[in-house]
Write a new protein. Structure first.
Length: 614
């Protein structure tokens, strides 16, 4: 337990700690002015709150600062963990505590609102002050405007500010929008209240992603009009059906059996975490939303998701009961949201897609900060943090020099076919892409990872030796004890060099699991939440990505055959261009003739379109 040199109010706090129950609940730390500076939840309030005031030396710098500023703590006992989760979320929104990781102000993001009026309107807004049902937030205004345009083409609804009452028969004169077909003039009694509400309900379903029922209803109506020989009206409806199907197909990314789920991914650095949320309905992305969270207490990804997932679930008024996550979050109760951590299939594709979105958003945020604050001292802070990590590596492995340059190797092949290897170099803890190297395996036949590793390590460091260039301070092989021993035989036995060699082993899910070092190799204990572990994981993922990319390129040059090249008149170049543009044959099948014409010209587009239609 800490003493008065750390927190002068500790004696009074000790008395308070004795009165805190061992039940689920929410706690609030207050400063001397009575301001709430941190809000948290716990299964056992007594144990969690007490933990802040013990083992002080093991705490991070930011938690130490929080502890020094705690003047009082108040708790709220609740019945279940779900109640604690919801209460914590509400209190964080209410108090915006200094030491909690917070979402950006959601007022900057656009929403669509269906107002609570007798004749509802669909309004664009950035402030949730209207009386109505909100959909969003959407990532930017352009996406929302495109959605508004589609709804406007599909349905006629009012946008005027007239105060209409269902119980009052109005005699208003229709406005210009009625004359151009954008409104059926309920204000003038030309559309019944019941019919207008049916239109709004269809719009509501589209915003929720429920396309199937609307399409089925409109197709039945179109057939009915055709049977009554009302062909012009049927043609108008057919065009609307095509528009809706086109919008649905462009957003369909997985099997429609994925009915109603939320998808989250996260990437983080020492200062910020970036979270992406995607709403999925019947295999379609209803919307995708990314946010930047400033870390306050060096929180792990799991700790951030434990707060942000419920916050966004409530903020977006999500109806999903299942959430897809990149890792299991212990503090989200199963009765609140069912968690799935997919490793393959359609759900894994969604996690990967969400991850691509959040990485892109992270790069945008960093670029924007660099432009706005070119002299920001945060760069220096990041540099200091990196130096600290390198010092920790040096200490953990007992290296003679700071590992400024770290090189890591990985192999890639399919049953020995198209064998390649790759090397990445990290300088000062950052990727040094100008020093990345690719290797074609020249002397090894068949799937022999050990021999392949020996070949590329010999080629790399024999060349550096001949050219008199400096060696890296640390060599990492992507593998376990066998790969490390093979590297040691080459480095020390054949080349007579002294380069420290470490290994990064993976678990059965192909995730980084442990760091090996020494002779014989020993496991260096690191927690998965440790920033040092994240750096090593980043190095391993980067070399694996680089090797796989090279392998795919070599394989595609060797034999390029796809369903597209089976189409008469379609060659490899056209097939490659289409796959690069749309990503997969499945997506190409979903394109309209106009889309394909824009991509490859009218003649080839017609051949491809008719082939897939048949």
């Amino acid at each position: 337990m800490i003493d008065e040199s750390i927190n002068k109010n500790i004696e009074r706090i000790k008395v308070r700690l004795k009165t805190i129950p061992e039940t689920p609940g929410v706690y609030q730390h207050l400063d001397a002015s009575g301001n709430v500076i941190y809000v948290g939840k716990a299964r056992n309030l007594q144990r969690r709150v007490s933990s802040y005031f013990s083992h002080y030396d093991e705490k991070s710098a930011k938690i130490k600062m929080l502890v020094r500023n705690i003047y009082d703590t108040r708790v709220t006992v609740v019945a279940t963990e779900v109640d604690a989760l919801l209460l914590e979320n509400n209190l964080i929104k209410q108090y915006q505590p200094r030491y909690n990781s917070l979402l950006k102000d959601d007022k900057s993001y656009p929403y669509l609102c269906i107002t609570h009026e007798d004749y509802p309107r669909i309004l664009f807004t950035r402030n949730r002050h209207l009386n109505g049902q909100y959909f969003g937030p959407y990532p930017n205004q352009r996406v929302l405007r495109e959605l508004q345009d589609i709804i406007r083409q599909l349905f006629a609804y009012r946008t005027c500010e007239r105060k209409l009452k269902a119980s009052v028969q109005s005699a208003e004169r229709p406005c210009m929008k009625h004359q151009i077909g954008l409104c059926k003039a309920p204000c003038a009694g030309l559309q019944s209240h019941e019919e207008y509400l049916q239109t709004i309900e269809q719009i509501r379903k589209i915003l929720k992603g429920d396309f199937g029922e609307i399409l089925e209803e409109q197709k039945k109506e179109m057939l009915s009009l055709a049977e009554e020989l009302r062909f012009e009206e049927a043609e108008i409806l057919r065009q609307k059906i095509h528009l809706l199907e086109s919008y649905q197909s462009h957003s369909t990314v997985v099997n429609t059996n994925v009915k109603d789920v939320d998808v989250f991914s996260i990437v983080s650095d020492d200062r910020f975490a970036y979270v992406n949320m995607m709403r999925i309905k019947n295999g379609s992305i209803v919307y995708s939303f990314s946010n930047e969270i400033k870390k306050q207490l060096d929180e792990s990804d799991e700790e951030i998701l434990a707060t942000i997932v419920p916050a966004l679930h409530e903020q977006t008024e999500s109806t999903a009961h299942e959430v897809l996550l990149p890792l299991h979050v212990e503090e989200i109760p199963e009765e609140y949201l069912h968690q799935t951590v997919p490793t393959r299939g359609d759900r894994k594709q969604l996690i990967d897609l969400s991850l691509r979105n959040v990485i892109s958003y992270q790069q945008q945020c960093r670029h924007q900060r660099a432009l706005l604050y070119p002299d920001d001292s945060s760069a220096q802070r990041r540099s200091n943090a990196t130096d600290h990590l390198l010092e920790r590596i040096q200490k953990a492995l007992q290296l003679t020099a700071l590992p400024v340059n770290i090189e890591c190797f990985d192999n890639s092949n399919i049953q020995g076919a198209y064998p390649v290897a790759a090397m990445v170099r990290f300088t000062n803890g950052k990727p040094n892409r100008t020093e990345y190297k690719r290797f074609n395996i020249k002397t090894v036949e068949g799937p022999d990872d050990y021999a392949s590793m020996a070949e590329v390590i010999y080629r790399r460091y024999n060349r550096l030796k001949e050219e008199g260039k400096p060696m890296p301070e640390l060599l990492i092989v992507d593998g376990g004890k066998g790969q490390m021993e093979m590297a040691r035989q080459v480095i020390e036995g054949e080349l007579g060099l002294e380069i420290p060699i470490a290994g990064l082993a993976k678990d059965d899910r192909h995730h980084t699991s442990e760091l090996l070092y020494g002779n014989p190799p020993q496991v260096i204990g690191l927690k998965p939440t440790d920033a040092l572990f994240h750096l090593l994981e980043q190095i391993q993922n980067e070399v694996h990505r680089f090797a796989i990319t090279f392998h795919k390129q070599k394989r595609s040059k060797g034999t390029f055959r796809t369903q597209l090249t089976d189409i008469p008149g379609i060659g490899e170049k056209t097939a490659r261009d289409l796959l690069l543009r749309y990503g997969s044959v499945k997506q190409i099948k979903l394109q309209t003739l106009a889309d394909l014409t824009q991509a490859v010209g009218p003649a080839k587009a017609k051949v491809i379109f008719e082939y897939f239609q048949d």
